[in-house]
Design a protein around this ligand. Structure first.
Ligand SMILES: *Cc1c(COP(=O)(O)O)cnc(C)c1O
Length: 357
C-alpha cells in the first residue's frame, strides 16, 4: 500500500487559468513559467497540458533539456540564462533562449562562441536591483550582443519588484525606465509577471510571463484566487491513518503544548513537513476532513499532522484529508504559515505521489 500523501493535478483548471491569461492580455504572447518543476506540479505534465502556450520559461538547464527530450518544440526561455561555459553547448544543441543579465554572461558568450544561431533576451534592471544591466548601458550591451557571430534575435525584458502591491509608484517608475532605455527602438519586449498580467495592462507588451496564476493561486494579497476567477490546480491530499478518543486536557504532539479543550476525537493524517506541508502552520490552521473544515492540533511533525475532530465524531481511519486545493485555497494555508503559495507549491517533496485528471 502506498502511503496516502498525494497531489491531485487538475489539468482542466490549468488550461482554464491559461485562458484567464489570454483574456487579461489578449494582444500578448504567453511565456508560461514552469520553473521549479512547474511550481511543484510536474514539469512535463504541465508543459503538455499547456501546449497552446507560445513559449515556456524555466530556470534549470536540466528542465529545458527534459522538455526537449519529452518532445516539446516551443520556444524555451532560460530565465537566469547561462551559469557556466558548459551551458553554451546545451543552449545551441537544444535551441534554448537564454536571458543575458550580466557582463559575466556576455563574456562567456564572447569567449566560447555559438555553434548555431541563438535568440537571446537582454535583461534590464529597471529598479528591482536583483538581476539585469543598468538601463543606461542598453546601447553598449546591445552592440556587444550584436557583435557575436551567430547571434539571432535580441529581445528585451525586465522584472517588477512590486507589481502585486497597492502602491503603483514603483511599477510606474519601472515601466517608464524600461521605455526610456529602449527609446522607441524596435524589438520584442516582456515585462509582466502574473501580478502585472492582472493589474498592469500598460506592461503587457509583446510577451507576458505568468507563473503563479497558471496554478490557480493569487499573485496579490489584495484579491483571492476565486475573485480573480483562477482555479486551483493542485489538491494536496492525505488520509486519516489513526483516530483516537482523547480526554479534556490531554497534550497532543511534540512539545505537549497543545491540549484538548474537551473530551474529543483527535485524528492523525499521513503528511508532514517531510512532504512539504509547512512546519510553521500553527494549531488552528484549517484542513478539510471529508470536505468539512477541521483544524490542526499541536505541531506539524515530519510525517504526520494531528487534527482536532471535536465536531466530527464520525470521522474514521481512511477518511480523506485535504491540506490545500479544492475548497481550501493554498493562499489561506500559506498566510496561516507566514509564507506565500509559491513556497508551499514549489516545496513539495519527492515523497508525494501525483495523480492527474
Ligand atoms: C518566476 C518568474 C516569473 C513568474 O512570476 P509569477 O509571479 O509566478 O507570475 C516571471 N518572470 C521571471 C523572470 C521569473 O523568474
Amino acid at each position: 500500500m502506498t502511503r496516502p500523501a498525494y497531489a491531485r493535478i487538475d489539468l482542466g483548471a490549468l488550461r482554464h487559468n491559461l485562458g484567464r491569461v489570454r483574456q487579461a492580455a489578449p494582444a500578448s504572447r504567453v511565456i508560461a513559467v514552469i520553473k521549479a518543476n512547474a511550481y511543484g506540479h510536474g514539469l512535463v505534465t504541465v508543459a503538455q497540458a499547456l501546449d497552446t502556450a507560445d513559449a515556456f520559461g524555466v530556470v534549470g538547464l536540466e528542465e529545458a533539456v527534459s522538455l526537449r527530450e519529452a518532445g516539446c518544440d516551443r520556444r524555451i526561455v532560460l530565465l537566469e540564462g547561462l551559469f557556466s561555459s558548459d551551458d553554451i553547448a546545451l543552449v545551441c544543441g537544444y535551441r534554448l533562449d537564454p536571458v543575458i543579465h550580466s557582463d559575466h554572461q556576455l563574456e562567456l558568450l564572447e569567449q566560447a562562441g555559438l555553434s548555431r544561431p541563438v535568440d537571446v533576451w537582454m535583461k534590464l534592471d529597471t529598479g528591482m536591483h536583483r538581476l539585469g544591466f543598468a538601463p543606461e548601458r542598453f546601447e553598449q550591451v546591445l552592440a556587444r550582443l550584436r557583435a557575436l557571430p551567430r547571434i539571432g534575435t535580441v529581445r528585451y525584458l525586465t522584472h517588477f519588484a512590486c507589481a502585486d502591491e497597492a502602491d503603483p509608484a514603483s511599477t510606474e517608475q519601472q515601466i517608464a525606465t524600461f521605455r526610456t532605455a529602449l527609446d522607441g527602438k524596435p524589438g520584442e519586449c516582456s515585462l509582466a509577471n502574473s501580478a502585472a498580467v492582472l493589474a498592469w495592462p500598460a506592461a503587457h507588451a509583446d510577451w507576458v510571463r505568468p507563473g503563479i496564476m497558471l496554478y490557480g493561486a493569487s499573485p496579490t494579497a489584495a484579491r483571492s484566487a476565486a475573485e480573480l476567477d483562477l482555479k486551483p490546480v493542485m489538491t494536496l491530499c492525505s488520509e486519516l491513518i489513526a483516530v483516537a478518543a482523547r480526554r479534556k486536557g490531554d497534550a497532543v504532539g511534540y512539545g505537549g503544548d497543545w491540549r484538548c479543550p474537551q473530551d474529543m476525537l483527535v485524528g492523525v493524517a499521513a503528511i508532514g513537513y517531510g512532504d512539504g506541508y509547512p512546519r510553521h502552520a500553527p494549531a488552528g490552521t484549517p484542513v478539510l476532513v471529508n470536505g468539512r473544515r477541521a483544524a490542526l492540533a499541536g505541531r506539524v511533525s515530519m510525517d504526520m499532522i494531528c487534527i482536532d475532530l471535536h465536531d466530527q465524531p464520525d470521522a474514521r481511519v481512511g477518511d480523506e484529508v485535504i491540506l490545500w486545493g479544492d475548497a481550501l485555497p493554498v493562499d489561506e494555508i500559506a498566510a496561516a504559515a507566514g509564507t506565500i503559495a509559491y513556497e508551499l507549491l514549489s516545496g513539495l517533496s519527492q515523497r508525494v505521489s501525483y495523480t492527474c485528471r
